[in-house]
Design a protein around this ligand. Structure first.
Ligand code: ASP
Length: 326
């Protein structure tokens, strides 16, 4: 038995590639890195790696984390700029007993000493998105921070090892130095090969309040299925936060247990996920907003899948006067 589950449709190509190799016996640590790298390298996914959307200073600051559920090795980078594959750097940091989570210049220094590939991660397309956001903000008081998504992947290999990984450019227009949940062990991801693993995407500031990935694994340990654990964790976080804070941000999660059973839950419409197991070829599902404590999960239609890629790769026009924000 082997399996992979990932957040968002953007993980499809990576999971497809990695799951072929999982089937041939590679470790889930390699599979998670392969899957996430593929997302980081694709320029049209605007919330991860190359082509990721920048912070308010038009810098692409990237977060990533890696956790091995066999031995609890953890590694993470926060706010790293101009390295091609933050997930590989995070994984590399997981080999040490200490100094596992490096941020900013410290992370860049480490990555450069270790010979990781440098790359200018700000694309022309991301610059247009940035300028257009400034233009829209001027026109109609648009709130910053709309537009984000993290790739989170859980992998289970034939030896029973569970691994979780994340990679994200975080919130569009975030403050320089802002970290979300994605590189935070327990919030953005958690893995325990004796139980299961989980990963999250959405508004990091609220996901962290529920330490949601750890909570899902803890619920699985208490006997809940991955689906029930995901729904319970999202429900509980909503119930805790709503009376205290009125508005709760996006919370979307996926999980897999040590037997390859999987689950997902969300408080938004149409959270897309990708699942591949020894019994299921890579499939995109849409998870619907939690209702009465439960989420409906259905395979995405051919039209939805077609529209997804079309909208991601459609030509992008710069709004307003070309010199206005230079
Ligand atoms: N959770 C990420 C963050 O807050 C963003 C996302 O997954 O949408 O940085």
């Amino acid at each position: 038995m082997w399996g992979m589950i990932g957040t968002w449709r953007m993980s499809l190509e990576g999971i497809t590639k990695a799951s072929l190799q999982l089937n041939q016996g590679i470790s889930s640590a390699d599979a998670v890195e392969i899957a996430i790298k593929k997302v980081e390298d694709f320029p049209f996914f605007k919330s991860v790696g190359y082509g990721g959307l920048p912070n308010e200073l038009m810098e692409v600051e990237l977060d990533a984390a890696f956790m091995d559920g066999d031995n609890f090795d953890i590694g993470a980078v926060g706010g790293i700029t101009d390295f091609a594959n933050p997930i590989a750097i995070a994984r590399s940091l997981s080999q040490y007993p200490v100094n596992n989570f490096l941020t900013g210049v410290g992370a860049e220094r480490y990555a450069s000493q270790m010979g990781f590939e440098r790359k200018t991660m700000l694309t022309e397309r991301a610059k247009i998105h940035y300028h257009n956001r400034l233009f829209d903000d001027k026109q109609q008081e648009l709130k910053p921070y709309i537009g984000h998504d993290t790739v989170g992947v859980v992998g289970l290999d034939q030896a029973g090892k569970l691994v979780a990984g994340t990679s994200s450019s975080g919130l569009f227009m975030k403050k320089k130095g802002r970290l979300g949940d994605s590189p935070i062990i327990g919030s953005g991801l958690y893995a325990d090969s004796e139980i299961g693993a989980a990963t999250a995407t959405g508004l990091g500031e609220d996901l962290m309040k529920g330490v949601i990935s750890y909570e899902i694994v803890r619920l699985m340990e208490s006997g809940l299925s991955p689906q029930a654990a995901c729904e319970t964790a999202v429900n509980k976080t909503m119930q805790k936060l709503t009376p205290k804070r009125q508005k709760v941000g996006d919370l979307s999660v996926v999980a897999m247990d040590k037997s390859g059973n999987w689950g997902a839950a969300t408080n938004i419409d149409n959270f897309s996920i990708v699942v591949a197991t020894s019994n299921l070829s890579p499939t995109v599902f849409l998870v619907n907003k939690i209702n009465g404590g439960h989420c409906q999960i259905e395979p995405a239609s051919a039209e939805w899948l077609d529209e997804y890629m079309k909208s991601r790769t459609a030509p992008l026009e710069r709004k307003g006067n070309l010199n206005e924000f230079n």
